[in-house]
Each structure stands twice: as structure tokens, then as C-alpha cells.
Design a protein. Sequence first.
Lengths: 114, 109
Amino acid sequence: NAGVTQTPKFQVLKTGQSMTLQCAQDMNHNSMYWYRQDPGMGLRLIYYSASEGTTDKGEVPNGYNVSRLNKREFSLRLESAAPSQTSVYFCASSEVGTAPYEQYFGPGTRLTVT
Amino acid sequence: AQSVTQPDIHITVSEGASLELRCNYSYGATPYLFWYVQSPGQGLQLLLKYFSGDTLVQGIKGFEAEFKRSQSSFNLRKPSVHWSDAAEYFCAVEFKLSFGAGTTVTVRA
């Protein structure tokens, strides 16, 4: 099992460019998440998908869109990149039930916007 | 709103010494609590979690954590640190995970 995979690993964008970060999981999890990590701020939730066909905003959704393409894949799109979106982006997945299950994280995408 | 505070930004510890990382949370009820570890350039890995029951929980890599309701704390401990424990540690709360800012641990020989 590969777990959670993310592409690309690194990306440099110019201000105003768009891109999509891809995430896939092979653990048959229902829930998927996108976080951004900035120094001194821990990880902050951008969007999540509790199950296939649903998406909801997290703490910092502005400037981002997401698509839950199927149960395996959850993509994050930056329509018009800004320098403030320079960050490391992590995708995660988890099962759901009566109690929260642990989240499994991908290796991250390091994005620089110039 | 729930929040998580990790008071120590950076801790340096000698190899073989004990380690304690602090975590305080603000939440209306007993939360679900997690500790994750992130090695340089890597994703996050779960060390341990607390949902209910015994307030002392054991995790992987020799770590343990104790939930103290009266202090709203969930501190992480390890009796004897190895050089491979140098990493960043995050405390997190609840389902969609509110993370603390993290504590970076440096291990000196």
C-alpha cells in the first residue's frame, strides 16, 4: 500500500498562475483533508471531504477550491496564486465512525509563489 | 472555539535524557487528543491518541502521554531520548484536527 500520495512534491508559481495539487489514497478511507503548514502556525485545515460527493470549508479556505473526484482522490486548486499561499500543503485521509480515527498524511507539496 | 497551545517552541535535550512536551487545549468538553511527529521533509505520523478511559496512553517509539482534565493538558513524555527523536512534534484536538504550533526537539550527543 502506498498510503497517501501527493503530486507534485515541489512547485514554483508566479503570482496569478493557477495549479492543482493532486492527492490520492489507497486505504479506502471515506474522509480526506487538505492542510497548509506555515512556520510557527502548525497545520491549518483548508478544506475537507467527509465522504465522496461532499466538501466543506476549514479554517483557511479563501483562495482555494477542492474537488472530491472519487473516493480515492481529492484535489486542491489555486485559481490565482498569491505570495501568501507560499506554504507546504499536506493531504490526509481517515476513516470515520463513532469516534475520530487517526489521519494518515501524505509527504507534502512545497509551493513557492513569487 | 477549540484551540491548542504548545508553550515550548524549541527544546534541546541530551541523548539518553528524559523529554516532556507540553500541550494545553481549550475545549468545551473532553476532547479527542492526538500527538503527531514530523521528521524533516516528511509528513506527519501518529504517535498516540486519547479518546477516553485510562488517562495514561502509550504510543509508538516509546512515547506516552497523560491526559489531565483539571489542567486541560495532554503532555507527551519519553524516558530516554534517542538521536532519531529529533523532529517536530504537534499536539492536535478533535475530528478535523486543530493543531498546536509545534515543538521542535533537538537531540545533542
